[in-house]
Design a protein around this ligand. Structure first.
Ligand code: 6R9
Length: 571
C-alpha cells in the first residue's frame, strides 16, 4: 500500500534521534530516575506521587477531575494525602502485601485514591469496568480470591458478596452509608484517617496490578504486572507521550482497561505530569469542551473515538478552540489512514499510533515525534525492546512478509503470569526466546510495522491472504460509512469470502445502490479480491468497552457459533 508519509515534527521532544537510541539504549539508566536506586526502598505509588512532593512539584496540579456533578483539582501534595489515607483504611480492614483489592466503580477522584493507596500498602489492584454485570464480576473476584472491594451502592447490586467467601470487606463510596458487617463506609473512614502512612516497600518483582482481559473462549484471564513495569511506564511517558513539565495531559481510557492505568495513572504521574480525568460518557461536544477548557496539550485516545468525532462532522469541532493541542496519540485498534488524514486536516497534527497489549503492560511499537509517520503503520519498537515478524517455527521473516508479531522476551513491563493459569501464561512463550502476540503483521524494508489482524481474523480468500483491517480502512473512507467490521465467511469455492458489517453515517439510507457503490469503492481503491462479496448493514457494531470491534462476535453471529466470553462487550 503506497501512502504519503508525514514528516517528523520539530520541537522540544524527549526522543531526539530514534535510530541512535534504538541502537544503544540500556534500561538500567532509567533506574536512576527513581529514589529507590539510592534508598533501596521501592514502591511505584511512592515514585508516582510522593517523590514529586519531596521534589518541587508539591503544589503542581496532579489531577483535574470533572463530570456532570463534580469539578475538582488536586495537587501532588493532595494526592499524597488522600492516597495515604486510603492506604490506611485499607490496611485497617486487614489488607496485607500481596492481597488483591478490587476497584469497581466509575471514574472519580476516589478511584484514583483507592488505586494508589492499595499500591502503597503493597496490595495488588484489580480494576473492573463499571459496566460489568454480575457474572463477570463474580468470575474475576473468584479467580483472584479478592479480599477487599471498593464500589458504589449502585454497583453493589452486581456483586454476589454471599458467594465470595474470601471477600472480607466491601467499601462503599457513599457519605450516608450505614456500616454493617463487612460493608464499610469509604468516605467517612477516609475523612477520619491518618494522613501519614507507612509505605510498604516492595521488591521490583512484587505484584502491582491484575488486569482481566477477555479470551476468545472460556474465562477471562488475569494478567499480572509487577512494580518493575514502572521503568517502561516512565520511559514511554517520556519518549512516546512526550510529556514535558508544562503539559496538560488527557488519556480518555477508563482504568478498567490497561491504557487507563498504565497511561491514565502510572506513566503520566511517574513523570510528574498534570492529568485530566473526565467522567461520564462520550459525546463529541463534551470531549471538545474538555480539551478546550483544560487547554489540553497531549491527548491519548482510540480509533473508535476519533472515528466518532470524525463522523460527528467538522461543524461541531469548529465551535471550540483546540489550539492548545500539540501531540495526539492513539491505541487499541488499527488507526485507519483516513483518520490520520482527518487529524491533519482538523488539528493540523499527526495522530501517533501506538501498539501494545494488556500482556505487554506498556507501549511496544510506536510512532515518535522525531520520526516520519507512514499512515496506517504502527511505527517502530521502542528503544531497548526488539520486535520481529516470525513464522510458526520462530524464524524471523524478511521484510513485507506477513507473520506473527513477536517480541523478544524480557522487556521491563512484561506480564509475569496469568493468575491461576500458568499454562496459559506459558502458551505465549512456546517459541524459544519470544513472546508471540497473536497479532499478525509485517515489517517493511525500513523497519515500520503494519498491523494485519488478530491471527484468527486473517482471511484466506481464493488463495489470497487478506487482513481485515485493510478492507475496513478502505470502507471507512467511503463517505457513507461510519464503521466497518470485516470477517471471513466459509465458502465452498473460495475457502472464505469477505463479509463486511457496516454502520452508516447519519443521513445515509440502506439501499442496493449504496451497497454496490461501497463494493466498487473497495474494488477500485484496494483490490478486486479484497472487496466484500457480502455486506450487511447494522445500526451499530459489537464492540468492547475499550472500543475494539469484536470480529469474533460478528463471525459467531454469522455462523451461529457460541460467541465466547462477552463480559467486555459494551451494552
Ligand atoms: C493497549 C490495548 C490488545 C490488542 C492487540 C491488537 C489491538 C492495540 C493497536 C492494535 C492495531 C494498534 N491493538 N493497539 N491493533 N493497531 N495500534 O489495547 O490492550 O486491550 O489488551 O488489546 O488490541 O490486536 O493485540 P488490549
Amino acid at each position: 500500500m503506497k501512502v504519503q508519509a508525514l514528516p517528523s515534527v520539530e520541537g522540544n521532544f524527549n526522543l531526539k534521534n530514534y535510530e541512535e537510541a534504538a541502537e544503544s539504549f540500556d534500561w538500567s539508566t532509567v533506574e536512576q530516575q527513581f529514589t529507590w536506586s539510592e534508598t533501596g526502598k521501592l514502591n511505584l505509588a511512592y515514585e508516582a506521587i510522593d517523590r514529586h512532593v519531596s521534589g518541587d512539584r508539591a503544589n503542581k496540579v496532579a489531577l483535574y477531575y470533572s463530570d456532570a456533578n463534580r469539578d475538582e483539582q488536586y495537587t501532588f501534595e493532595d494526592m499524597k494525602k488522600y492516597s495515604n489515607k486510603a492506604g490506611n483504611i485499607l490496611r485497617d480492614a486487614g489488607v496485607k502485601k500481596g492481597d488483591r483489592v478490587f476497584i469497581f466503580m466509575p471514574r472519580s477522584p476516589e478511584l484514583y485514591f483507592a488505586v494508589l493507596g492499595a499500591i502503597k500498602i503493597g496490595a495488588i489492584v484489580g480494576p473492573l469496568f463499571e459496566a460489568f454485570m454480575e457474572g463477570a464480576v463474580r468470575d474475576r473476584l473468584e479467580d483472584s480470591d479478592a479480599k477487599v472491594l471498593v464500589t458504589t451502592p449502585a454497583l453493589l447490586e452486581r456483586v454476589p458478596v454471599g458467594d465470595l467467601p474470601n471477600l472480607e470487606s466491601v467499601f462503599i463510596i457513599d457519605e450516608s452509608y450505614e456500616e454493617n458487617g463487612p460493608y464499610l463506609n469509604f468516605l467517612t473512614r477516609l475523612n477520619g484517617a491518618n494522613e501519614d502512612l507507612d509505605i510498604e516497600w516492595v521488591d521490583r518483582e512484587d505484584g502491582l496490578i491484575l488486569h482481566y482481559t477477555s479470551g476468545s473462549t472460556g474465562k477471562p484471564k488475569g494478567v499480572l504486572h509487577v512494580h518493575n513495569a514502572m521503568l517502561q511506564h516512565y520511559q514511554t511517558a517520556k519518549w512516546v507521550l512526550d510529556l514535558q513539565e508544562d503539559d496538560i495531559y488527557w488519556c480518555t481510557a477508563d482504568p478498567g482497561w490497561v491504557t487507563g492505568t498504565s497511561y491514565g495513572i502510572f506513566g503520566p504521574w511517574l513523570v510528574g505530569a498534570t492529568n485530566v480525568i473526565r467522567g461520564g460518557r462520550f459525546s463529541p461536544q463534551d470531549w471538545y469542551e474538555t480539551l478546550e477548557r483544560y487547554k489540553v496539550t497531549v491527548w491519548y485516545s482510540a480509533p473508535t473515538a476519533f472515528r466518532m468525532l470524525m463522523s460527528a462532522g467538522d461543524e461541531v469541532l469548529k465551535k471550540y478552540d483546540l489550539s492548545s493541542l500539540r501531540h495526539l496519540l492513539s491505541v487499541g485498534e488499527p488507526l485507519n489512514p483516513e483518520v490520520v488524514r482527518w487529524g491533519m486536516k482538523v488539528f493540523d497534527l499527526r495522530i501517533h499510533d501506538t501498539w501494545w497489549m494488556t500482556e505487554t503492560g506498556a507501549q511496544i511499537i510506536c510512532n515518535y515525534p522525531c520520526m516520519e509517520i507512514r499512515p496506517g503503520s504502527m511505527g517502530k519498537p521502542i528503544p531497548g525492546v526488539k520486535a520481529a515478524i516470525i513464522d510458526d517455527q520462530g524464524n524471523e521473516l524478511p521484510p513485507n512478509r506477513m507473520g506473527n508479531l513477536a517480541i523478544q522476551k524480557g522487556w521491563p513491563s512484561m506480564m509475569r503470569t496469568v493468575w491461576n493459569n500458568e499454562e496459559k501464561y506459558k502458551s505465549y512463550f512456546e517459541i524459544e526466546g519470544w513472546y508471540v502476540s497473536g497479532d499478525s503483521a509485517y515489517m517493511d524494508e525500513d523497519g515500520y510495522f503494519w498491523f494485519q489482524g488478530r491471527i484468527d481474523d486473517v482471511i484466506m480468500t481464493a488463495g489470497e491472504r487478506v487482513g481485515p483491517f485493510e478492507v475496513e480502512s478502505k470502507l471507512v473512507e467511503h463517505p457513507a460509512v461510519a464503521e466497518a467490521g470485516v470477517i471471513g465467511k466459509p465458502d465452498p469455492v473460495r475457502g472464505e469470502i469477505i463479509k463486511a458489517f457496516i454502520a452508516l453515517r447519519d443521513g445515509y439510507e440502506v439501499s442496493d445502490e449504496l451497497q454496490e457503490d461501497i463494493r466498487n469503492f473497495v474494488k477500485k481503491g484496494l483490490a478486486a479480491h479484497a472487496a466484500p462479496r457480502e455486506i450487511e448493514f447494522r445500526d451499530k457494531l459489537p464492540k468492547t468497552r475499550s472500543g475494539k470491534i469484536m470480529r469474533r462476535v460478528l463471525k459467531a453471529w454469522e455462523l451461529d457459533l457460541p460467541t465466547g466470553d462477552l463480559s467486555t462487550m459494551e451494552d
